[in-house]
Design a protein around this ligand. Structure first.
Ligand SMILES: [Zn+2]
Length: 58
């Protein structure tokens, strides 16, 4: 199951560990696809290319 992460004060969701703008502190994670907010362009691009390393449960 994918994990989606965003900054506590942000509205853009990330789900690739190898995204260069993935929040590393002060973030919130959810275990299902969010229904609000935006999806990161970089994560979307990685997903399409098949090189998205999904965020796992720590
Ligand atoms: Zn991202």
């Amino acid at each position: 199951m994918p994990i989606y992460r965003r900054k506590n004060n942000g509205d853009t969701w990330h789900w690739c560990n190898n995204c260069s703008v993935l929040p590393t502190s002060d973030y919130k994670e959810v275990k299902r696809k969010p229904t609000s907010g935006k999806f990161c362009n970089q994560c979307t691009g990685k997903e399409k290319k098949g090189n998205c390393e999904k965020i796992g449960i720590a």
